[in-house]
Ligand binder design. Structure first.
Ligand SMILES: Nc1ncnc2c1ncn2[C@@H]1O[C@H](COP(=O)(O)OP(=O)(O)OP(=O)(O)O)[C@@H](O)[C@H]1O
Length: 573
């Protein structure tokens, strides 16, 4: 419960790397990016024209007190304003659309990748941290890669427009004001690295908070039963404090950045106005010319500020990109062969030949040189002390891992030759802890076979001895089972799981301690449906409880391994 997060924060993904890595996800809608940027540029060009019209009206209408000269520029200004509105709307809409599409695609890809990783990988992670990676981190990358590109392009082009217009109106005044530009860059450079550090801490804290909430609430019964509410609140509060500190560091930097830029901007405007006033008194510039010049400068600073802002976004995005790249670079424990078979004989002959397996990082193998066979309609009982590797056999047969030595065959074919989907379609596992989804009884039974008919579902429930209790539920088959099926009793959950396995109808069945946690009478009730489920299949029954041993065709007893040379051989009854 209190595992440390496996977070790498120093792999050092630069903004350029992040961009290069995630830019391909914009494929297919780049033209909309271009159209969006063009529309926003058009809107900036319209602003240039509007300011020019403002200067013109000042000189030719206001200063000259000539109302007749007002109507033509006023009408043009109105048209330009409408065009600006349309272009801004179109540009903003397309930018958002492209950004959201990018987000959708990236999230789908990261989720699909995580789904391909072995369940053990997820067991070693904090779920909350993974959830934040799939939400907040992906959004930060989008802000930089998709929206960031449009923002950069439009800001750069607008800056050129307004600077060009300012130069056109008064080149000497413009040069004076541009001299201040390097100050902006000094400010931006100073801020970005610090902002990035704060962003890394903020992202990590955000992951930890979600993890604490998820872990604590999903173990609510344990927390209450052991009076640990205060300790859990304390844990969340401590994590919340570190998040607050990181967030405040980020906010301080962002909030300092804005006024600093504004001061630089004000200095610049004052210099220009002072210089302009002197020029005005010497009649070297008109009032309209000076005002429109000042307006161009006023419009020039936001795009420059926005370029600085993209820099801050980039810092935040690299912190998130690091966390996504780390996830994407985790390779699945098993790989499907390119020409893997998609058809299996489905007779259900299982053979373990000299299988040795060691969990990554473990010093002792979990299984050493294990061999046994299980044939159609056979019941093989697998027993042995705790930790002797019984559940590991299930993981290897489902190919969550590959053996280090030896091989596993299904109907004579090495399971590495089969596609993962084909292999897993052939094997049904009934776990020690029955896993149900928080949906209805019907959906849970149909889970392993989407499209199962109502008749098949009811027939499976009857065979699993579950139909009667299901129909007695408030909404029958439509009753929700709650988080992990906790609205049902242990025996009811197990019978729904048996019905789910029946509907799936796979030739190989693995029962991992199917009666653990059930009292003797409930366990007896589950046994009959289990026998019906086992009929006509290859069944590997993992159990400590040997009272089914007389029914078994074979009993395989595992011993905890010490070395690979210490074979765990099948012992026949
Ligand atoms: N994901 C894992 N990573 C590292 N080691 C593991 C992992 N899962 C299991 N092990 C180790 O592998 C060995 C075999 O575990 P396994 O769960 O197969 O035993 P088991 O016989 O099913 O035990 P039990 O009867 O208690 O369920 C144990 O020593 C265990 O600590």
């Amino acid at each position: 419960m209190h595992r440390t997060p496996a977070v790498s924060s120093s792999s050092g993904v630069s903004a350029k790397d992040a961009f290069r890595r995630f830019w391909p996800y914009t494929r297919g809608f780049r033209r909309w990016l271009v159209v969006g940027a063009l529309l926003l540029i058009l809107s900036a060009a319209c602003e240039v024209v509007a300011i020019w019209l403002f200067g013109d009206i000042t000189d030719r209408v206001l200063a000259a007190k000539d109302l007749h000269a007002f109507w033509t520029p006023a009408l043009i200004w109105l048209e330009v304003a409408v065009l600006t509105g349309v272009a801004t709307f179109g540009g903003s809409y397309l930018t958002a659309l492209v950004g959201e599409r990018f987000l959708l695609r990236l999230r789908d890809a990261v989720f699909a990748h995580v789904q391909g990783l072995s369940p053990d990988f997820l067991d070693n992670r904090r779920l909350g941290d993974l959830m934040v990676r799939l939400t907040g981190d992906i959004e930060a990358i989008e802000q930089f890669v998709a929206s960031g590109v449009i923002q950069t392009v439009t800001a750069a082009v607008s800056a050129v427009f307004f600077a060009g217009a300012a130069l056109y109106v008064r080149w000497d005044l413009a040069l004076v004001s541009f001299a201040v530009a390097p100050l902006f860059w000094v400010a931006v450079r100073n801020f970005t690295s610090r902002f990035r550090d704060a962003a890394v801490r903020e992202r990590e804290s955000s992951g930890t908070i979600t993890s604490v909430v998820e872990e604590s609430l999903s173990n609510q019964a344990l927390v209450q039963a052991y009076n640990r509410e205060r300790a859990e609140r304390g844990r969340l509060h401590r994590e919340g404090l570190s998040w607050l500190e990181a967030k405040m560091a980020e906010t301080r930097l962002a909030a300092l950045y804005e006024p600093l830029v504004q001061v630089i901007e004000t200095v610049c405007v004052l210099v220009v106005l002072g210089f302009g006033a002197w020029e005005l008194t010497a009649d070297r510039v008109t009032l309209g010319g000076l005002l429109s010049f000042a307006a161009y400068l006023g419009y020039l600073y936001p795009p420059i500020q926005s370029l600085g802002h993209v820099n801050l976004l980039a810092s935040e995005a690299t912190a998130s990109a690091e966390r996504i790249v780390e996830l994407m670079e985790t390779r699945p424990a098993v790989a499907e062969r390119p020409a893997a078979r998609t058809r299996a004989a489905r007779r259900g002959r299982v053979a373990f030949d000299g299988v040795t397996f060691r969990y990554p990082g473990a010093d002792r193998p979990a299984l050493a040189n294990l061999s046994f066979r299980a044939g159609p309609e056979e019941l093989v009982l697998l027993t042995g002390p705790s930790g002797s590797g019984k559940s590991t056999i299930t993981k290897l047969l489902l190919r969550f891992h590959d053996p280090e030595a030896g091989r596993i065959r299904l109907d004579g074919v090495d399971i590495r030759e089969l596609s993962l989907a084909t292999l897993r379609d052939t094997v049904t596992v009934l776990q020690q802890e029955t896993m149900l989804f928080p949906c209805t009884v019907r959906e849970n039974i149909a889970y392993g076979r989407p499209g199962a008919t109502d008749e098949q579902i009811v027939a499976a429930a009857r065979a699993a001895d579950a139909h009667d209790f299901i129909t007695a539920l408030p909404d029958g088959y439509e009753t929700p089972v709650g988080q992990r099926g906790r609205l049902l009793s242990g025996g009811q959950r197990q019978r729904i799981a048996i019905a789910r396995a029946m509907v799936r109808d796979a030739p190989v069945l693995i029962l991992d301690e199917p009666t653990t946690g059930l009292d003797a009478s409930t366990a007896r009730r589950v046994l009959e449906p289990l026998r019906r489920l086992m009929a006509d299949r290859t069944t590997i029954l993992i159990t400590h409880d040997l009272h089914l041993a007389p029914e078994a065709d074979k009993v395989v007893t595992l011993r905890p391994t010490s070395t690979v040379d210490d074979p765990q051989l099948a012992r026949l009854p």
